[in-house]
Structure formats: structure tokens, C-alpha cells
Design a protein around this ligand. Structure first.
Ligand SMILES: Nc1ncnc2c1ncn2[C@@H]1O[C@H](COP(=O)(O)OP(=O)(O)O)[C@@H](O)[C@H]1O
Ligand SMILES: CC(C)(COP(=O)(O)O)[C@@H](O)C(=O)NCCC(=O)O
Ligand SMILES: [K+]
Length: 257
């Protein structure tokens, strides 16, 4: 009863094949492809995999990319594509967004994965859930599982490209993160990193003040490792947060059907 989880962001498609559709299932295989390389999946990384009996995914990269991924699924596996849409409530999270369905499905699924992990570790706490991908998102969830709201920021790459294209003198190689940068490369790299770190710190303050408790803090995404050394406090890096959320939702839907 293998289960395929897929997360399509604006830079890469990430996939994980599990032996079952439940949290804690064994990971059989996983991979990531840049969006330009989606057409390689069926005859490449997926060629020798056991066929999943079901799949669940989240996609924020648009309909054209979603269809290209669905073509690969049909070509290689005979399994229907199912994609998560953010809703008013699911799997222990209540959606505080003005228009719940407009919330990025990856953000919704990551919060569900984080809540499930937090409850498995101990008593319920508020949470701050950070994703460092193409964009950066910083979500606040209260102790009852209500999504209070979140921040969207440009990721490292977008920040640098915006500065490069908007100025004459900022075409420089990547630098190092320094407290007091003394060259253009370090100034840009440090500026981007501390912009993200500063926004995250503010959200932790907001949640602490609003909820009156110390939040559990989780961080995920392809560029999380870049932020890890510059993060204050105790952010746990969980690379599988979205896949964990997809497993939680898949199991709930199986049990409900
Ligand atoms: N080996 C890598 N391959 C791809 N992206 C990487 C890699 N290492 C770091 N990154 C960073 O991770 C970001 C992509 O992360 P990812 O979580 O896949 O984003 P998204 O979900 O938006 O597609 C890129 O913007 C890049 O800065
Ligand atoms: C904020 C995002 C662009 C993040 O995308 P990513 O960095 O994962 O590619 C995505 O979740 C999205 O398109 N959200 C819809 C708008 C919203 O959540 O309000
Ligand atoms: K993402």
C-alpha cells in the first residue's frame, strides 16, 4: 500500500514514497527535481519504484506545472492525482485566513505536520512555523491549533536578484554572513539573512505576547540550512514537515472514507 507524497514549490518538485499512508510510515525513496526537469520523473527517478496505491500533494507553482506533474503520474503510475486545498479546518488546524482557500497549500500542510509533531512530543503549545523556499513564510499558530496569520517575505535568491536588477553596483558573488560586513558581497548576503532572521524573531515575539507562552519553533524548506546558523532561539529544523503533513492528511482521509 505504498503512498506517494508530492510538494511542488516555485523552484522544485519534492517527492517521497512511503510504505503506507500514515504518520511514521517508512520512507522507501525520495527526491527533488527543479521544475524544468519534471518531464524526467517517469523515465528517470520513478522508473524503478513500486507503484503507489495512492498519492497526495500540495502545489503552489500554478496549473501548468501541476498538469505537467500529473502527466508524469499518469505515464508512470496508474494512480489518481489528489491535491490539498487549504480549507477552514483540517487535521487539527483551524484556518484564520480572511479567505481560507487562498492560503498557500504548502503553508497549510506544513502547519498540520508541525502541529502533529508537536503533540507527539508533549503538551500543546503555540507554534511558529517557518519555511525557507523560493519565498519565506512565517506562520503563527495558537495553543488550540488556530492559524492566527503569517508573513510572506522574498527568499534569499529573490532578494539578491531584486537588488541586482534595481541597482548599478550590486553585481557581486555570494558572500558570508557577518555581524559587521565590510565588503559588498558580505553586506548583501548578511542583509538578506538578517532580514529573514529579524522577521522571524518579530513573529516569535508576537506569538509569545499574544499567547502568553513560549512557542514551539519549526523550520523547513530547501534553504533552511542557510538560515540555521543565524537563527536565535531554538528552531528545530525538520526537512520533512510538508511530507509529514501530507501523511497526516492522507491518513485522516483514509479513516474518514
Ligand atoms: N541543492 C539545492 N537545490 C535547490 N535549491 C537549493 C539547494 N540548496 C539550497 N537551495 C535553496 O532552496 C531554495 C529552494 O527550496 P525549496 O524548498 O525547494 O523551494 P520551493 O518549495 O519554493 O520550490 C532555492 O531558492 C535555493 O535557494
Ligand atoms: C507564499 C508562497 C509563494 C510560498 O511558495 P514557495 O516559496 O514554497 O514556492 C505560496 O505559499 C503561495 O503562493 N501562497 C499563496 C498566497 C498566500 O499564502 O497567501
Ligand atoms: K515550499
Amino acid at each position: 500500500m505504498a503512498f506517494l507524497a508530492i510538494d511542488i514549490g516555485n523552484t522544485r518538485l519534492k517527492w517521497s514514497l512511503y510504505d503506507a499512508a500514515r504518520p511514521g510510515a517508512s520512507l522507501l525513496a525520495h527526491g527533488a527535481e527543479f521544475l524544468d526537469h519534471i518531464e524526467r520523473l517517469a523515465e528517470g527517478p520513478w522508473a524503478d519504484l513500486p507503484a503507489p496505491s495512492s498519492m497526495l500533494g500540495c502545489v503552489v507553482a500554478g496549473d501548468a506545472v501541476r498538469r505537467r506533474a500529473e502527466e508524469q503520474l499518469t505515464e508512470r503510475f496508474d494512480c489518481a492525482a489528489r491535491w490539498v486545498v487549504s480549507s477552514a479546518a483540517e487535521a487539527g488546524i483551524v484556518n484564520g485566513y480572511d479567505h481560507p482557500t487562498r492560503l498557500g497549500a504548502d503553508r497549510w500542510v506544513a502547519m498540520i505536520g508541525a502541529r502533529h509533531r508537536m503533540l507527539a512530543e508533549g503538551p500543546a503549545r503555540p507554534m511558529v512555523v517557518v519555511m525557507i523556499g523560493t519565498a519565506v513564510t512565517v506562520e503563527a499558530v495558537d495553543v488550540h491549533g488556530k492559524f492566527l496569520g503569517g508573513l510572506i517575505l522574498p527568499g534569499h535568491g529573490i532578494m539578491l536578484r531584486a537588488l541586482e536588477s534595481g541597482t548599478a553596483g550590486l553585481h557581486v558573488p555570494t558572500g558570508d554572513v557577518r555581524e559587521f560586513p565590510t565588503n559588498t558581497s558580505d553586506a548583501l548576503t548578511s542583509g538578506g539573512t538578517y532580514a529573514i532572521a529579524g522577521a522571524i524573531e518579530r513573529m516569535v515575539q508576537h506569538v509569545r505576547a499574544h499567547c502568553g507562552a513560549e512557542p514551539a519553533c519549526y523550520m523547513t524548506g530547501g534553504a533552511a540550512w542557510k538560515m540555521a546558523p543565524s537563527m536565535n532561539g531554538n528552531f528545530e529544523q525538520v526537512d520533512s514537515l510538508i511530507m509529514d503533513g501530507l501523511l497526516v492528511i492522507a491518513q485522516e482521509r483514509l479513516l474518514a472514507s
